[in-house]
Design a binder for this molecule. Structure first.
Ligand SMILES: [Zn+2]
Length: 210
């Protein structure tokens, strides 16, 4: 048994985006986590999206989501009609939907498929999530890039992070983050992002099963 994700405490608000390729994928993959969060008294603002809910499976997806989301502070269910088994051939349409979604919902957490799943629809759905964080160390007001990187690493240890700075005094004290020194050429940026993504994929493949 794996410990539940502790992202919030009783009374905290957590906005959650669930994206499942097919009817019942979210329930199977994330249902217990959601029920635990509800039982823990976390105030969930949920957007529940099923990408391929066609024919009778649409009503099935909706009624099951409604059951899971009973008692949740705010919930919205979206069902779409992308063709089951053909997601790679519809990637432009799916990406367009996701880009539009980013403008209207900014979740604290995304629950979706594993990137090394054998099903091509599941892999493509996973590809929609953020893959990497790239930030300047010095940002106007508020949080610095280094603080941002530490927060991201604490909550999402598998997320690759690349930082950049024009101030050479930062380069020494960055505690394990990859730093790209400014000014850099596009070729160097591409290389740094490629290396970070490749390391993340290797770590995911080598991780013991949960
Ligand atoms: Zn599925």
């Amino acid at each position: 048994m794996t410990a539940p994700l502790k992202l919030a405490a009783r009374g905290d608000k957590l906005s959650v985006l669930c994206v499942g390729a097919h009817s019942d994928d979210i329930e199977i993959g994330a249902g217990a986590t959601l029920l635990q969060w509800k039982a823990d008294g976390i105030r969930i603002d949920m957007l529940w999206c099923v990408l391929s809910a066609v024919g009778p499976r649409e009503a099935e997806a909706r009624s099951s989501a409604e059951d899971f989301l009973q008692g949740v502070e705010r919930a919205h269910i979206e069902t779409h009609h992308f063709r089951d088994g053909f997601f790679p051939a519809q990637s432009a349409e799916i990406k367009t939907w996701f880009e539009e979604l980013k403008g209207r919902f900014q979740p604290d957490v995304i629950l979706t498929h594993n990137g090394i799943d054998a099903h091509q629809d599941h892999r493509l759905t996973n590809d929609l999530k953020p893959r990497l964080v790239f930030s300047d160390i010095v940002m106007p007001g508020g949080i610095s890039g280094l603080e941002l990187a530490r927060k991201v690493r604490r909550r999402f240890p598998e997320m690759p992070i690349v930082l950049t700075t024009g101030y050479s005094e930062h380069v020494g004290g960055t505690h394990g983050f990859d730093i790209l020194q400014k000014p850099y050429e596009l070729r160097s940026l591409a290389k740094a992002l490629q290396v970070a993504l490749k390391e993340a994929v290797e770590a995911e493949l080598l991780a013991p099963p949960a």
